[in-house]
Design a protein around this ligand. Structure first.
Ligand SMILES: [Cu+2]
Length: 150
């Protein structure tokens, strides 16, 4: 019951306006099993085995507000994957919103390596980072999830 109420509160705090309002409500990340523990080199796997590696996050673990990440696409064979396009969409599943300025990854020299940011995770709570990796005729999607405490 308490959980339902707090979710309702957060939804109300988010509002449905195009211009999002930041909430200062803290998220209790210790009880949320959807959050992944940050470690450099952590991976998210697409259903087809393609992987998205979070090579490094600055700062790490990810924080509220500005973050700058280096990511690497890997094929199912574990080798760097020369993606033709990489897109990322941050989303807060509990609030049903993203961010007004999604990060635009920039190719960083090596095949499949990109830098993104600084991008703004502007509200405490669960953030899902949905990555779309375009390669050949395929787009593989993989998701990293973090809980931002405050
Ligand atoms: Cu939110």
């Amino acid at each position: 019951m308490r959980k339902t109420l707090s979710v309702l509160f957060l939804v109300a705090a988010c509002g449905s306006d195009a211009e999002p309002e930041a909430s200062d409500a803290m998220a209790d990340c210790t009880v949320d099993s959807r959050a992944e523990a940050y470690a450099p080199g952590m991976q998210a796997m697409a259903p087809d085995g393609t992987r998205l590696v979070l090579v490094s996050a600055e700062p790490g673990p990810p924080v509220r507000f500005d973050n700058t990440w280096t990511v690497q696409a890997l094929g199912a064979d574990g080798e760097p994957l020369a993606v033709t396009d990489l897109r990322v969409e941050p989303f807060m599943p509990d609030h049903g919103h993203g961010t007004p300025e999604p990060p635009e990854p920039v190719a960083a020299g090596e095949p499949g390596r990109y830098q993104m940011g600084p991008f703004d995770l502007w509200m405490p709570g669960i953030w899902q980072l949905h990555f779309s990796m375009e390669h050949g005729e395929t787009t593989s999607t993989a998701t990293l999830s973090f809980c931002i405490e405050e």
